[in-house]
Design a protein around this ligand. Structure first.
Ligand code: EPU
Length: 415
């Protein structure tokens, strides 16, 4: 992706369905035989990988513009192969539904990734409380359960993935499951809404305590994916860095309250239009400190955008990462190549703002980091060339056309 300095973005950006919701909703369709239909499905490559995974299990998956039609058979294949889990670690969320419906699953263990070590111990210990047994062989987890029974599970940390796997197993377990210290992200509530529409009995979605009363069986469903708050944050950062004003159609202010507070403290004007968000940038952003926390705190996924904004703000901002070990700071070396003044120590980064960055060739190492480099390029003299954009394609539906439509000088070159 080639980015040149751009000022005064203006217009409307449609916000797509959330990557971190749709992948789990697709996995949840495995819980009921028959045809489920998802709407507001983003055109991103991770959806293609999840479609391949479901096909490997015997489902028919048809992806159309904004939709996914998934026909789940009476008897599914029970394996998530290495080739797919390696490409997308979120594949691990098929474990809960397969155990819930068939009492068995064979899922490749995800390895590490650019965000550092990411164990799945809480997924497994939670499912063990429900009666599942695990063995690890040849890089795969072999999971079995004679019968899943509801139980009380206290999560050591409100893990998004562990909460989702537990929910999808518990809906078909016998009796009542209580998930305490559950993740509260809007994507968890979206999953609970869809499971409830399928016939599940769930209370407390969006709170730290979720109660599930297991049912005998679930039915297929039609459901629309919640808007992507992280995509919305990307365009808020873009207008913050480049200047101008944007309307983000479909963005949900109630899903991003803490971020909106931060951006207002940086000098942005943001209002909820009822159908989305309207945002206007100040002449120069002001620096603030940022601490990432589980929802409703400032999400770790917003952090690369905030670092890009702080790089061109007035003053010094201290950014503290609390979710991923090792700080999830890999992209900062790339921003430094663009003359950003950032120092890191452990899980802290100190960002000293400069009026403008300097365009350079930089590499996208993960989805959000890649998008943050594109955003930074909007305020960098000369040309910024972001390579490794397949990472960006994993999670963004049309980043380049959406930015170009509001006046950014961004294009894409085939290599
Ligand atoms: N963790 C454990 N053990 C576990 C589970 C998690 O130690 O059993 C640790 C992880 O290693 C990490 C922290 O807990 O340090 C948070 O992990 P969590 O389970 O909450 O995250 P996740 O489900 O693996 C999702 C998103 C991430 C997002 C995080 C945090 C998806 C597909 N991914 O990951 O999104 O950063 O929640 O909010 O939903 C992205 O979109 O690019 C992305 C990485």
């Amino acid at each position: 992706m080639i980015v040149r300095p751009s000022s005064g973005l203006r217009g409307e950006v449609p916000i797509s369905g959330a990557k971190n919701s749709v992948l789990k909703l697709m996995a949840a369709t495995l819980l009921a035989p028959g045809e489920s239909v998802l709407h507001n499905v983003p055109a991103i490559s991770d959806v293609g990988i999840m479609a391949e995974l479901l096909r490997a299990m015997g489902a028919e998956v048809t992806l159309g513009p904004g939709t996914a039609r998934i026909v789940v058979p009476e008897v599914c294949g029970l394996e998530a192969p290495y080739e797919l889990v390696e490409r997308m670690r979120a594949s691990i969320v098929v474990l809960g539904p397969l155990l819930g419906r068939f009492g068995r699953a064979r899922v490749s263990l995800p390895g590490g990734d650019d965000l550092g070590p990411r164990p799945i111990d809480m997924h497994l210990s939670g499912l063990q409380k429900l009666g599942a047994c695990f063995e690890s062989e040849h890089g795969y987890i072999e999971a079995r359960a004679e019968m899943l029974r509801g139980a009380e599970v206290l999560l050591e940390y409100p893990s998004v993935g562990a909460t989702e796997n537990l929910l999808m197993a518990a809906v078909l377990a016998k009796g009542r499951t209580l998930i305490e210290n559950a993740a509260r992200e809007p994507e968890i509530s979206d999953l609970c809404d869809m499971l409830t529409a399928m016939g599940a009995r769930i209370e407390g979605a969006g709170s730290s305590t979720i109660e599930v009363e297991g049912v005998e069986g679930l039915s297929p469903v039609t459901h629309s994916v919640v808007p992507d708050r992280i995509e919305a944050a990307t365009y808020l950062a873009a207008v913050g860095v480049a200047g101008g004003e944007l309307t983000l159609r479909g963005a949900r202010a109630d899903h991003m309250e803490m971020l909106i507070e931060k951006l207002r403290a940086m000098g942005m004007t943001i209002s909820d239009t009822g159908e989305g968000l309207w945002a206007m940038a100040p002449e120069t952003l002001r620096s603030v400190d940022v601490v990432t926390l589980p929802y409703p705190g400032v999400a770790t996924d917003y952090k690369p955008f905030l670092v890009a904004m702080l790089s061109v703000a007035e003053g010094v901002g201290i950014v503290t990462e609390n979710i991923f070990q090792g700080g999830r700071f890999g992209y900062i070396d790339e921003l430094r190549r663009m003359r950003a003044d950032i120092r890191t120590q452990g899980h802290h980064a100190v960002v000293r703002g400069t009026p403008a960055l300097s365009g350079a060739r930089v590499r996208a190492r993960d989805i959000r980091a890649g998008a943050a480099l594109v955003v930074a390029g909007l305020r960098a003299e000369g040309e910024t060339r972001v390579v490794g954009v397949s990472h960006i394609d994993r999670g963004y539906d049309g980043l380049v056309p959406k930015l170009a439509a509001v006046g950014a000088d961004v294009s894409r070159r085939q290599t």
